[in-house]
Ligand binder design. Structure first.
Ligand code: FES
Ligand code: FE
Length: 454
C-alpha cells in the first residue's frame, strides 16, 4: 500500500489520485467500514416482531431484525456451515431463516435446526456455538439504526457528537411526531469511488450552481407549480453557512446550507397555500415548535439542506417542510463502484397532501433518474475514469479552499452578537473545511490497525 502521508499533504491540502485507487480499497473496508458506526436503517422499517430487512455494512451483508422480544438486532448474513446467504430477500417477516443450501435453520440468531443432525454429526455439534454472528454494536438513535463491528468503538452518542443537535432539531422532528420512511428504496450504481460522493455531501456547496445549473434553470421555467414552488430561490432572505461538525475533536461530519432567516418559511408557506389550509396550518405549527426549541438563540439557524455523516450516509432535503428527507447510503462496491441506496422519509404527522408533495419533490431530484443526482453521477463517473494514470498521479488535487478563513466567524454583522454557539465549526458557504476533516480522519483510520471483526 502506498504511504498515505505522501498522498495527503495536510500542510497545503493536496490529495493524490491514489487515495481513490484499488490498492487502498481493501484496507479501507477493514479500517473504515470495520470500525465506524454505519447507518443500517430506521425503526419504522421493522415495526413488528420478526420484521427484517437485509442491508450492507461496507461490502458485508447483514440482516437487521426486530426479534421475538421486540429488540432490534443485527446479524452477519452468512450461514455458519458454508457461508451461503441465509436471507436472500430485501425485507419481510420471518421467525426463522432457513439456509437454502443444506437447510440449517436460525431463529433470533440461534441455530435451532440441522437436518439429519444425529446421522450427520452424531450429536457432535453444539447448537449454542453455531448461531448467526451478531453485530457487536447495534443501536437506534432517534429512530436511526446504526451498527458497528468494532466492540471497542466509542459510543454512538460520541460518534455523532455535534451532529446530534442538528439531526434532532431539523431532521428527526420528534416533537412533531418524528419520521416515517416510505417503503421501498431506490438503488443504482455509480461507477466512482464512494469517497468522491461522500466528500461532496460533506460540504461541497461550491458545485451546485455549476453542476446543477440546468436543473435550476428548469425550475425557474417550469409551469408546474409542484416544481416551481419548491425551487431554490427564496429571494435572498436567509444567510447560509456550512458547518464542520466535531472539527478537530472527533468524527468529522459535515452539513451545508445551514440557513438563518425567514426565506425558507416564506417559500414553504407559498407552496403550502397551493395544498390547502391544513398544509398551511401544519407549516405554521412546525415553525412554532422550532421557534420554541431555538428560543435561546438570538439568531436562529432554522434548517440545513444536506450533509454527510461519516463515512457514507448522505442526507438531503432537510431544509424545507415540503421536501422529502433522503437518507442516501453510498455503499462501496470496489474502488470504482458505489451503489447508492436512497430512502425517502416524510414527517409522520404531516397532512397527506404534504407527504405526497414531499415524496414527489425528493424523487424528482434524487430518484435514480432524478434531475439532481444524475448531474452529479455524470461528473463523479468522469472523475473516476480520469484518475490514476501514471502522469495523472504526479499531480495532486486542490483541497485548500478557505483555509485562511478557517476559525473566523463567517456571520455578517447583522448576525453578530450571538450569545450562544451553534454547534460545530461554522464556515462560509464555499469552503473545504469539512472535506479536509473527512480526509484527515480517514487517513488516521487508515494508518491504524484494522478491527478484527470485519
Ligand atoms: Fe447453509 Fe450448508 S451452507 S446449511
Ligand atoms: Fe450535487
Amino acid at each position: 500500500m502506498p504511504d498515505l502521508r505522501s498522498l495527503i499533504d495536510q500542510k497545503h491540502w493536496l490529495i493524490g489520485d491514489q487515495v481513490f485507487a484499488q490498492d487502498i480499497y481493501q484496507r479501507e473496508l477493514e479500517t473504515v467500514f470495520g470500525r465506524c458506526w454505519l447507518f443500517v436503517g430506521h425503526d419504522s422499517m421493522v415495526p413488528k416482531p420478526h420484521d427484517y430487512f437485509t442491508h450492507f455494512m461496507g461490502e458485508t451483508g447483514v440482516i437487521v431484525q426486530r426479534d421475538g422480544a421486540g429488540r432490534i438486532r443485527g446479524y452477519l448474513n452468512k450461514c455458519r456451515h458454508r457461508g451461503n446467504i441465509v436471507c436472500p430477500y430485501d425485507r419481510g417477516n420471518a421467525k426463522n431463516f432457513s439456509c437454502a443450501y443444506h437447510g440449517w435453520v436460525y431463529s433470533d440468531g440461534k441455530l435451532i435446526g440441522v437436518p439429519h443432525s444425529d446421522e450427520a454429526y452424531a450429536g457432535g455439534i453444539n447448537f449454542d456455538e453455531w448461531g448467526l454472528v451478531e453485530i457487536p454494536k447495534l443501536q437506534s438513535w432517534g429512530g436511526l439504526i446504526f451498527g458497528c463491528w468494532d466492540p471497542d468503538a466509542i459510543s454512538l452518542d460520541d460518534y455523532l457528537g455535534d451532529a446530534r443537535w442538528y439531526l434532532e432539531h431539523f431532521l428527526l422532528r420528534e416533537k412533531l411526531g418524528g419520521l416515517e420512511v416510505i417503503p421501498g428504496v431506490q438503488r443504482y450504481m455509480v461507477p466512482t469511488n464512494w469517497k468522491i460522493v461522500s466528500e461532496n455531501l460533506a460540504g461541497d456547496h461550491y458545485h451546485f450552481m455549476v453542476t446543477h445549473g440546468g436543473f435550476v434553470e428548469a425550475l425557474r421555467k417550469s409551469e408546474d407549480k409542484r416544481i416551481a414552488l419548491t425551487g431554490v430561490s427564496t429571494g435572498g432572505r436567509f444567510h447560509a453557512f456550512s458547518v464542520a461538525l466535531n472539527h478537530d475533536h472527533g468524527v468529522p461530519h459535515g452539513i451545508f446550507q445551514l440557513r438563518s432567516g425567514s426565506g425558507q418559511l416564506e417559500t414553504d408557506l407559498t407552496a403550502a397555500e397551493e395544498l390547502g389550509p391544513e398544509a398551511v396550518a401544519w407549516v405554521h405549527e412546525r415553525q412554532r415548535v422550532l421557534e420554541e426549541e431555538l428560543k435561546d438563540f438570538k439568531h436562529k439557524p432554522y434548517s440545513f439542506q444536506g450533509g454527510n455523516i461519516f463515512p457514507n450516509l448522505g442526507l438531503t432535503g432537510v431544509g424545507s417542510a415540503l421536501y422529502g428527507k433522503a437518507f442516501m447510503l453510498h455503499h462501496p462496491r470496489g474502488a470504482d463502484r458505489t451503489e447508492v441506496w436512497t430512502w425517502c422519509a416524510v414527517e409522520k404527522n404531516a397532512p397527506a397532501a404534504v407527504k405526497e408533495r414531499a415524496r414527489f419533490v425528493l424523487m424528482q431530484r434524487f430518484a435514480a433518474t432524478g434531475m439532481v443526482v444524475s448531474d452529479d453521477s455524470a461528473i463523479f463517473e468522469r472523475i473516476a475514469e480520469n484518475l490514476n494514470t501514471p502522469p495523472s498521479r504526479q499531480w495532486p488535487m486542490h483541497y485548500a479552499m478557505a483555509m485562511a478563513q478557517e476559525g473566523e466567524d463567517p456571520r455578517p454583522a447583522a448576525l453578530a452578537g450571538e450569545p450562544q454557539r451553534w454547534p460545530g465549526l461554522l464556515t462560509q458557504t464555499f469552503q473545504e473545511t469539512a472535506q479536509r476533516d473527512f480526509y484527515r480522519y480517514w487517513s488516521e483510520l487508515m494508518n491504524t490497525n484494522p478491527a478484527p471483526a470485519n
